[in-house]
Design a binder for this molecule. Structure first.
Ligand SMILES: [Zn+2]
Length: 142
């Protein structure tokens, strides 16, 4: 339910993992405990169970992406764009050195380029990036 918001949180450098597709509430709580994560959910009952069992949990109220991200800002979660996490798989990004082969067409040689160490996806500052940055800035300002 919150996979879209998860991608946006990763753009801000946060370590946000997707739950396994077949995980039930108990699985989710166990994963959060084992990996010392905060469980983010829109499910009120699950949030209650988390509180009862001492699992860190954020209950998201809104179904609208911008509003969800505003809720994160209100909780003190930083939304500044930081290329540290792959938005798709949450793998760590590494900035490529200039000597590494660059497989991106029309990218200047001194443009920074990042590669996901898990899935290999490449990231660079294009026009799409600028729009994301703007949107994050707008959200941070409330
Ligand atoms: Zn990746």
């Amino acid at each position: 339910m919150l996979l879209r918001m998860a991608r946006w949180l990763r753009m801000a450098g946060h370590d946000v993992s997707n739950p396994p597709m077949d995980a039930d509430d108990l699985d989710l709580m166990q994963i959060a405990k084992d990996e010392e994560r905060t469980l983010i959910t829109r499910d009120r009952d699950l949030a209650k169970r988390c509180r009862r069992d001492g699992v860190d949990c954020i209950l998201v109220e809104s179904s609208d992406l911008d509003d969800q991200l505003r809720e994160m800002v209100l909780l003190g979660i930083d939304l500044e764009m930081r290329p540290e996490r792959c938005t798709i798989c949450n793998g760590p990004l590494r900035e490529m050195t200039e000597s590494e082969p660059r497989e991106v067409a029309n990218l200047a040689e001194d443009e920074p380029l990042w590669r996901c160490e898990s899935c290999g996806k490449l990231y660079w500052e294009g026009s799409h990036w600028a729009r994301i940055k703007e949107r994050l800035e707008r959200l941070r300002e409330g």
